[in-house]
Design a protein around this ligand. Structure first.
Ligand code: NAD
Ligand code: UD1
Length: 339
């Protein structure tokens, strides 16, 4: 089986590439390296002892994408590529619509041209907006997202649903990730954010090694047990195995368009994450309580039953595993991927 991964040099894509290669898949990566490094591809290959085919190409180059798809004709495309910063999407919405929505359109046109009809798409729990009930399951209402990044995910999901409705040959899995965190247990691949990290765990990692001066908990007056927000932190290697489960499901069940929440079902507070990180690193982290961050929902965690029952997939790694692996990655790669 051959899988083509757009954005395969990135955080989630690189971990999924390792899992696919370990399962015997042939892997082609298409990535313009806008938020990743060629070093990640080298590490994928050295970790698995397998080669990949790598194309440094943007999804916005429609003719190049079509040529690659027609040449490679993969069995399935896993579409990770895109821009993902909420704050940046507010300041530069057109960049987000162009890369995420128009980039996906180019990819779909290329799939049509090459006869490839099997797709896994990286969606996000952000499509649930402020959840109307907890835990969130796949029947929970999809509300208008709070920012342009979230809206691009909604537009793409709807585009894929329309495509599936128009042509029954398509089989598409929409994977709504909760909070992907952690790193490969080898410490060789992990998350390598540009600039100051927005997300909690990469920020905590950089604070722990002294690259950030101050750790601020954004609000402790939420209606949660310790007053800080609750999230469903899912280890990135669990997420990678979720993609393999989705590929098997598409291949065996030919479901048309199906969506799945990928999370653990466990809710952890910001303070609990900090304490888990202290256990993993052996460091004491002095943090301040600050104001709430605009756009944060008090709680977001999944009901993982649909993925368990239909994909046979369950996240197995704990918050302690997550922090240990993130810390190992941070210590071994204090400056991320250095070419
Ligand atoms: P990432 O930034 O590490 O990976 C995305 C990859 O896409 C990068 O390697 C980047 O270089 C590439 N890319 C960007 N624009 C491109 C273009 N025009 N052409 C080709 N490649 C391009 O992000 P990630 O965390 O691995 O996320 C992967 C996907 O999962 C994204 O679509 C993201 O929106 C989604 N997602 C991520 C999270 C998260 O917290 N990490 C949560 C929910 C959903
Ligand atoms: C954020 C995005 C979301 C995106 C997700 C994954 C916002 C409002 N939401 O979600 O759209 O899908 O990342 O990329 O940006 N926190 C602190 N201090 C920090 C950093 C974070 O207290 O320095 C808190 C946040 O307030 C939140 C929790 O930690 O309560 C997790 O934050 P984060 O990792 O950014 O994830 P989300 O807010 O769930």
């Amino acid at each position: 089986m051959k899988a083509l991964l757009t954005g395969g040099a990135g955080y989630i894509g690189s971990h999924t590439a390792v899992a696919l290669l370990a399962e015997g898949f042939e892997v082609t990566i298409v990535d313009n390296l806008a938020n990743s490094s060629r070093v990640a591809v080298n590490r994928i290959e050295s970790l698995t002892g397998r080669n990949t085919v790598f194309h440094e190409v943007s999804l916005l180059d429609a003719s190049a994408i079509t040529a690659i798809l027609c040449d490679e004709v993969p069995d399935v495309v896993i579409h990770f590529a895109g821009l993902k910063s909420v704050a940046e999407s507010v300041d530069h919405p057109l960049d987000y619509y162009r890369t995420n929505v128009a980039g996906t359109l180019n990819l779909l046109d290329a799939m049509v041209a090459s006869g490839v009809r099997s797709l896994v798409f990286s969606s996000s729990a952000t499509v649930y907006g402020e959840p109307v009930r907890l835990p969130i399951d796949e029947t929970s209402p999809i509300t208008d997202a709070a920012n342009p990044y979230g809206r691009t995910k909604l537009h793409i999901e709807r585009m894929l649903q329309d495509l599936g409705a128009a042509d029954p040959d398509w089989n598409i899995a929409l994977l709504r990730y909760f909070n992907p965190v952690g790193a490969h247990e080898s410490g060789e691949i992990g998350e390598d954010p540009n600039g100051i990290p927005n997300n909690l765990l990469p920020y905590v990692c950089q604070f722990a090694v002294g690259k950030q001066d101050r750790l601020v908990v954004f609000g402790n007056d939420y209606p949660t047990p310790d007053g800080t927000c609750l999230r469903d932190y899912v280890h990135v290697t669990d997420l990678a195995s979720g993609h393999l489960a989705a590929l098997r499901f598409l291949n065996d069940e030919k479901p048309g368009v199906a969506c799945f929440n990928l999370g653990t079902g466990k809710a952890s507070s910001v303070i609990e994450v900090i304490h888990a990180f202290e256990r993993a690193s052996g460091l004491a982290l002095a943090y301040d309580i600050g104001p709430r961050r605009s756009g944060d929902v008090p709680a977001s965690y999944t009901n993982p039953d649909k993925a368990r029952l239909q994909l046979g997939w369950t996240a197995v790694k704990t918050l302690d595993d997550i922090c240990q692996d993130a810390w190992r990655w941070q210590c071994r790669n204090p400056d991320g991927y250095v070419a």
